[in-house]
Design a binder for this molecule. Structure first.
Ligand code: CO
Length: 134
């Protein structure tokens, strides 16, 4: 069902510092910050030859990233995103298999303007999974 690794998301305590490190020390192609109020995050995408890195920073009081950074003050891997062709079919298949979909269960529009869903980390080896329809 899942296809390519779309991105690995890293929650960071200092977005500017993280972006500068990827750009200057690692020599990566670093995008501009984008606010995603629906997701409570500010994101910066970093383009690698085979995938992307998504730097995540909290936006707003109810940001889901804030609690993560409270537990991981130095930052850390927050989720991985896999591509799927049909997100509704993927959701239905995973729900039927007992996996929990976060939130309302309906896809939201993600940072790339495409439908996304998140799957409960306790159902996937402790790793939060994002599915993105491509
Ligand atoms: Co993501």
């Amino acid at each position: 069902m899942i296809g390519r690794l779309n991105h690995v998301a890293i929650a960071v305590p200092d977005l500017e510092a993280a972006a500068a490190q990827y750009r200057d020390a690692l020599g990566a192609k670093v995008g501009a910050p984008q606010d995603e109020p629906d997701h409570g995050v500010t994101v910066i995408f970093i383009e690698l030859p085979n995938t992307k890195i998504e730097l995540l920073y909290p936006l707003g009081e109810d940001s889901p990233i804030r609690g993560f950074l409270d537990k991981n003050p130095a930052g850390g891997i927050h989720h991985v995103c896999y591509e799927v062709e049909d997100i509704t079919a993927a959701r239905d298949q995973l729900s039927a298999a007992g996996a929990r979909v976060l939130g309302s269960g309906d896809p939201k529009i993600g940072a790339h303007g495409k439908p996304v869903l998140f799957l409960h980390p306790k159902d996937f080896q402790g790793c939060l999974i994002e599915l993105e329809q491509v």
